[in-house]
Design a protein around this ligand. Sequence first.
Ligand SMILES: [Zn+2]
Length: 138
Amino acid sequence: MKFTEKTRDIIRERAKHRCEVCIMPITSGGQIHHRRPRGMGGTKNTVSRSAANGLYVHSSCHAWIEGNRSEALEKGFLVHQWDDPTKVPVRFGQEHRLLLDDGGFVLLQDQDNPEYQTKSRSELGPSDSEDRLFSQSV
Ligand SMILES: [Zn+2]
């Protein structure tokens, strides 16, 4: 099941032009990786097309995931066919993110601490300070 163009845009926007595996900027040739494998007949669930099921990645990082599946599973870059991608946190640098269907994400501050910070899509605009730093360094 392919993502719609709109979902791809949402995923890229969430990633803010950074690879969601190695967190380095993607300048060209970014790809959308499916966290949940596309099993035969397993795509009737719309979760497969949800923004939470996609990661914006370098082609080299995409290849790394395919070649290091157990580590990728551990870090949430891959989820099992029977897992819900919105329930499995993804490692992003030092962060653990729970990706949401709409392209937002929940930042898990500490795995032992139930308190977390929610970021909605509207807060993920291009005015973020980290993004400004990044633009200046180009
Ligand atoms: Zn990468």
